[in-house]
Design a protein around this ligand. Structure first.
Ligand SMILES: [Zn+2]
Length: 128
């Protein structure tokens, strides 16, 4: 069975397969929840192994788009914009600044599996 089709590199690939098997074998909700937490933690480690960003890089990125959500254009107070991973972490995306874009809470919630790079779009077309 193909538990995890995304390339997150070794040793994370091995670790995440173990975590998925542990979740499948879980007998209690508590064990399942532990396995899910482990899966999330492995995905984040794999994303950080591919690239990281600093707080100041993130602030600069938000400032570049005037602290507006790159999807809907709404202006947000400093610190309110959420870090959206263009290629989601669960699909093997990195945590580097070039894979991040600032979204408001509503757009981030509504986005689902869409992986449009809105930051690249705004950099080219601006806000209308
Ligand atoms: Zn928005």
């Amino acid at each position: 069975m193909n538990y995890y089709p995304f390339d997150i590199g070794e040793p994370f690939q091995t670790q995440i397969l173990d975590a998925f098997r542990a979740r499948d074998a879980a007998k209690t909700a508590r064990d399942r929840s532990r396995a899910n937490a482990r899966i999330r933690s492995i995905r984040l480690s794999a994303a950080r192994a591919k690239g990281t960003h600093t707080d100041s890089e993130w602030r600069e990125l938000c400032a570049k788009f005037w602290n507006r959500c790159v999807m809907c254009g709404v202006h947000c107070q400093r610190g309110v914009l959420q870090k959206d991973h263009v290629i989601p972490i669960y699909q093997g995306g990195s945590d580097a600044i070039d894979n991040l874009q600032p979204l408001c809470k509503l757009c981030n919630l509504a986005k689902g599996p869409d992986s449009t790079n809105w930051a690249a779009y705004r950099a080219e077309h601006g806000f209308e």
